[in-house]
Design a binder for this molecule. Structure first.
Ligand SMILES: Cc1cc2nc3c(=O)[nH]c(=O)nc-3n(C[C@H](O)[C@H](O)[C@H](O)COP(=O)(O)OP(=O)(O)OC[C@H]3O[C@@H](n4cnc5c(N)ncnc54)[C@H](O)[C@@H]3O)c2cc1C
Length: 457
């Protein structure tokens, strides 16, 4: 039976909300999760169909935070990590794939970067650091490494993570580790060398920076969290959720199964996206909320394509990314069946093709038939496979990936001000603190820890 008087209500049962709920429940708090969709998990969803197991949302995460390692340990879950053979990243240039250099020798010989930029990299440790608080990723990379590194390493990398535009993303918010290398250590090269001991210590603590999934797909992480929290503490299908302050508490109103409900809580955590938060908190004046809702989200289309009998090029990589300069209709292709077990029938292959993003919002609006044509043509020319696939599924995300652009500083300040004015309210979710699964778990765990410290003091 759910709580009629929860200590804490969490809005949104994606990875952030579920992780926070798990730790708070574990500490004995009466937590209730309220989710608009009919299933918890947010964008994480694994589907098994016709012998293929595929992700509708994220395909992999990166083991990059102590909190993620801790969560897996606490849930007694194992990371599934790809073997060495599939760790290469391919980049498309002038009609063929090239492996992104993983060592010095390959960096010298790669055709991805211009000779003058390769020479320029040698001077990177001696290049002056600049204090430009809101510098874009593109400006920083051009300044320290050169244009060809921006075009053929950073631009595709940004497509792969943010589906974003390096000219618009602000380094200190979008890539805080890269920002710290210059600002703390003076240069990328010096920072990488000086951080070697820290990286070794992190590795020893399990923060391997490897990509991961979970055996059987990422939804098994979500299912484990739901089981540990208790399904009865998650209200799904909650429509028109609205929150109003009630002296020091909050009233949360919503409709579920045609019935309207009201719950009062001591604390409220929002994990919804930076656009949905406006209707959730109607008591925040529009001129204040507008500073949060100024955030842009990249629209992404993911097309899962399965072949029972793969006759294309050998899938000896994590996947391939396509630089904007190459002017293609897709952002990249992941090879999940090369990374993880049982994703495709023996001898077959499963590919995940990503398209759209902040630079190509038009793709999201195309019909399924148009999208299929784009994807089949791309697979034919890039993967050398003209066969008709045995499985095709299209997943569209209107608010796939938040963009930490020039509106970020004001958004973060506004969130802080709202939290100061309403100390029982926490505004979390992917509008701050990072966009990856590892970041989401980190934020959720830190919020849970903070609340538990406050309550026990
Ligand atoms: C296509 C795609 C690919 C991705 N690839 C990767 C990847 O390779 N690696 C990686 O680390 N990360 C990736 N991500 C990002 C990663 O999936 C997210 O960071 C993470 O899953 C987000 O979790 P969340 O709980 O913060 O948000 P969500 O999963 O979006 O959950 C938020 C929840 O809030 C609910 N909600 C919203 N508004 C309301 C409301 N008004 N009332 C009630 N409920 C509401 C939503 O229904 C949703 O369930 C990808 C994301 C997408 C979409």
């Amino acid at each position: 039976m759910e709580f009629s008087k929860p200590d804490i209500i969490i809005i949104g049962a994606g990875l952030t909300g579920l992780t926070a709920a798990y730790y708070l429940r574990k500490a004995g708090k009466k937590v209730l999760l309220i989710e608009q969709h009919n299933r918890p998990g947010g964008v994480i969803r694994t589907i098994t169909e016709d012998g293929f197991t595929f992700e509708a949302g994220p395909n992999t995460g990166v083991i990059s935070s102590a909190e993620l390692v801790q969560l897996f340990h606490d849930l007694k879950l194992q990371f599934e990590v790809p073997g060495k053979a599939s760790r290469a990243r391919w980049i498309w240039k002038k009609g063929r794939w090239h492996a992104l250099p993983a060592g010095l020798l390959s960096a010298i010989f790669t055709p991805l970067f211009k000779f003058k930029d390769k020479i320029r990299v040698l001077g990177e440790p001696f290049r002056r650091k600049r204090h430009r608080l809101n510098e874009s990723v593109a400006k920083l990379v051009k300044r320290r490494l050169g244009k060809s590194f921006l075009r053929y390493a950073v631009d595709p990398f940004i497509s792969g993570i943010y589906a974003g535009d390096p000219e618009k993303l602000i380094v200190r918010f979008a890539l805080p580790r890269l920002y710290a290398l210059e600002h703390k250590y003076g240069s990328f090269v010096k920072g990488t060398i000086k951080r070697r001991k820290i990286i070794a210590a992190e590795k020893a603590a399990g923060i391997t920076k490897s990509v991961f999934s979970v055996e059987g797909g990422l939804e098994n992480l979500v299912r484990t969290l739901i089981r540990e929290i208790g399904e009865e503490y998650i209200i799904t299908g909650a429509m028109d959720v609205r929150v109003e302050p009630l002296q020091k508490k909050f009233a949360c109103r919503f409709n579920v199964n045609g019935e309207s409900r009201e719950l009062v809580t001591e604390r409220l955590i929002s994990t919804v996206d930076g656009l949905s938060v406006a209707s959730l908190l109607p008591f925040i004046p529009q001129e204040v909320m507008g500073k949060i809702t100024a955030i842009r989200y990249a629209k992404v289309v993911q097309v899962v394509v399965g072949f029972r009998n793969w006759k294309g090029i050998p899938l000896q990589a994590f996947g391939g990314l396509i630089p904007s300069k190459e002017k293609k209709d897709i952002l990249g292709i992941l090879f999940p069946s090369a990374l993880f077990k049982n994703r495709a029938p023996e001898g077959g292959a499963l590919l995940s093709v990503f398209a759209g993003g902040i630079k190509r919002p038009d793709i999201y609006l195309k019909t399924d038939e148009e999208i299929k044509t784009i994807v089949f043509e791309s697979i034919k020319s890039m993967m050398k496979c003209a066969d008709k696939p045995d499985l095709v599924r299209i997943f569209r995300y209107e608010k796939a990936i938040p963009q930490y652009e020039s509106t970020t500083e004001l958004r973060l300040f506004t969130i802080q001000e709202i939290e100061k004015a309403y100390p029982a309210l926490i505004l979390a979710g992917n509008m701050r603190d990072g966009i990856g699964m590892s970041d989401r778990v980190k934020q959720a765990k830190q919020i849970a820890d903070q609340l538990l410290v406050v309550d026990n003091s």
